[in-house]
Ligand binder design. Sequence first.
Ligand SMILES: [Zn+2]
Length: 266
Amino acid sequence: MLLSGLIGKMHTHLSMGLAQYQLPIGAKLLMMNDLIGQTIRLDFNGQIKCASCGTLTKKSYSQGYCYPCSQRLARCDLCIMRPETCHHHLGTCREPQWGTDNCFTQHVIYLANTSGSKVGITRKINTPSRWIDQGAVSTLPILEVDSRLKSGQVEVALKNFINDKTNWRKMLKNEVSPIDLVETRDKLLPKIQTLVSQIGATTLQNEVLEIKYPVVEYPSKISSLSFEKTPSITGVLQGIKAQYLILDCGVLNIRKFSAYDITLTY
Ligand SMILES: [Zn+2]
C-alpha cells in the first residue's frame, strides 16, 4: 500500500488503556497501530506546505506553519508555551476571538510520569490526548481552572517543587520507574493552597490513569531521524510512544514534520 500527502501530528486516543495512533496523511487517517512489526518506508517529497494558509515554505515554523503565519497566529505566540504571560486583557492578543474560544475555557493542571514526575497543563477537552502526546505512563489531574492564564500561574508555582520537562530520551527508552502520583499530589497541594483559593481553582479527586503504548521493543540507544538528513527512511516499526515512531533504524518525531509532504509505503 502507498499513501501520499501532507502529514500532521498523529491523532491519539485511549482504548482499554492502550494508546491508539492515527496519522493524517493527505485526506486519509491511517491507523498506525496496525503497522507495528511491519517494514514501512517514508519518503519526503521535498515540499512543506503551511498548515494554515497552504503556501509552500522552505522551513516549517511552530511545527507546521510558514513564517508569516507563525507571526500572525495566536496559537504560535509565546504565551501558548508560557500561559502565565497571557496578554489578552491588554488587548494585544493576536487573535482575540481565538483567545476567547481557546484560552478562556476549562484547563486542567496534572501530574504525570513521563521520565519521572512532572507537572503540566492542558485544555480539559484535550485530555487524554495531551498525556499520550507526552508519552506519560501514568497521569493524575489535580486542579481545574477556567482559563489558560490561571493554569499557567499554578504551573509556575508548582515548578518550584517539581519538574515541568520530560527527558525524551529516557521516555523513549522506557527508563521510567513507578511513581505514586497521589502521594505526590498530597505533598504538593498544601504548598500552593493560597494561590489555589485566590484564583478559585477546583481540587480534583480523580484516580490515576495508566497509559500503555503499542511498543514491541524499546530502543536501547536513541538516534534521531530527520527528513532533512535522510529524505528516504525505511525500517521496521517497533512501536509508537508520545509522537515518535520507533523504528529499528532510529526514532522519528512526527510532530516536528507536520506539514511535510510524505509518501508512506507499507
Ligand atoms: Zn502560512
